[in-house]
Design a protein around this ligand. Structure first.
Ligand SMILES: Nc1ncnc2c1ncn2[C@@H]1O[C@H](COP(=O)(O)OP(=O)(O)OP(=O)(O)O)[C@@H](O)[C@H]1O
Ligand SMILES: [Mg+2]
Length: 335
């Protein structure tokens, strides 16, 4: 493709990017998006949506089958090394050696990423301090908590002062306090250094909390893209959740009150223009049907409702527990 079609003022630019693995799995399917310099951009989607594959193509560890990919205007397939030098990457799986100390891990990494010998010590010290690990730098990583290990991995990715930091599931398997700590460090990186950050996650609250813009991925495609506020607004109206006392097989609901977004046996979610007006109508409807209501509530749409609208499925029902437990199990073994 003609290079004039790309602007090098964009941090990441993909055009019709597709990755088909051996066996024909279309992990990323014709994806086009932009990441602006200095923004935190999230790829949100369930297991198998193609998030890791997308990140691997950006860090030049996987080759696109078709389409184009540029990082600050540089073509990733033509100049992978130049692209890699601009990036810091924290993979989904463990990327530090647990039999070494925190400091040793960073030292090895700084050598591997050709950080100038004179600058090495300073860079390592800064990265450890930045991620709140100075006191534990001389301890073996196997004695770290899960949150500390994740912070060390981020510190490692910061040693070569990347323009773009890519984090694949930054807080997977972490307890709430460690998660907050990681989130805070990510926000600070953007605010203090203007680092562009791309994260993948299947955690709605993480995407909501951290990201300036989110691309919602489903089956290798981008189902919706925008700021969390824009995306939630685009669902429109209020979500009325009705919990029933007994399971009810199927309900045909009057369209004037709202439309059913999702239902399982005992719980029904209705999208209504105005929740407060809808609630009495919803109660009357179920009373007429002789179905007893246990509770009823109104909420503004969340990112799961956005996923439901665009991917026609529930995000939280798509997440297989084994993916989230993989890191956790490892962390448990190392304690
Ligand atoms: N190396 C590979 N060879 C063949 N298929 C693969 C490979 N890596 C991933 N896939 C498949 O590609 C699809 C997308 O996988 P990917 O790991 O990119 O998804 P993901 O969104 O990161 O999922 P998760 O939330 O589980 O990390 C899945 O169907 C997966 O099985
Ligand atoms: Mg993944």
């Amino acid at each position: 493709m003609d290079s004039s079609n790309f602007e090098n003022t964009k941090a990441i630019e993909t055009k019709n990017l597709t990755k088909i693995y051996h066996g024909g799995i279309r992990a990323v399917d014709d994806v086009t998006f932009l990441v602006q310099p200095g923004e935190i951009f999230g790829l949100l989607g369930p297991n198998g949506a193609g998030k890791t594959t997308m990140i691997k193509m950006i860090v030049t560890l996987a080759r696109p089958t078709t389409g184009n990919l540029r990082v600050f205007g540089i073509d990733a397939s033509k100049s992978p090394e130049t692209v890699r030098n601009m990036l810091g990457y924290v993979p989904q799986s463990i990327s530090v050696d647990t039999d070494l100390t925190g400091y040793e891990n960073l030292l090895i990494f700084s050598k591997l990423s050709y950080v100038d010998k004179k600058q090495r010590n300073g860079r390592i010290k800064d990265a450890l301090e930045y991620m709140g690990l100075t006191d534990r730098a001389k301890d073996l990583v196997k004695h770290y908590s899960g949150g500390m290990m994740r912070r060390l991995e981020i510190a490692q990715a910061l040693v070569n002062r990347p323009r773009i930091l890519l984090l694949d599931e930054p807080s997977i398997g972490l307890d709430p306090a460690s998660k907050m700590h990681v989130w805070e460090s990510i926000k600070q990186l953007k605010e203090k250094f203007g680092t562009t950050i791309l994260i993948t996650t299947h955690d709605m609250s993480e995407a909501d909390e951290l990201c300036d813009r989110i691309a919602i991925m489903s089956d290798g495609k981008i189902a919706a893209l925008g700021s969390p506020i824009e995306l939630k607004k685009s669902v429109g109206g209020d979500v009325v959740t009705v919990n029933l006392t007994v399971a009810y097989p199927s309900i045909t609901f009057p369209k004037e009150i709202g439309t059913i977004m999702h239902s399982n046996e005992k719980s029904i979610q209705i999208l209504a223009e105005n929740g407060e007006i809808a609630i009495p109508l919803v109660s009357n409807f179920f009373r007429d049907q002789k179905i007893a209501i246990d509770s009823i509530s109104i909420n503004k749409p969340n990112l799961d409702d956005v996923f439901m609208k665009y991917a026609k499925r529930r995000l939280h029902e798509e997440i297989s527990p084994h993916a989230t437990s993989a890191r956790r199990d490892f962390v448990r073994h190392t304690r």
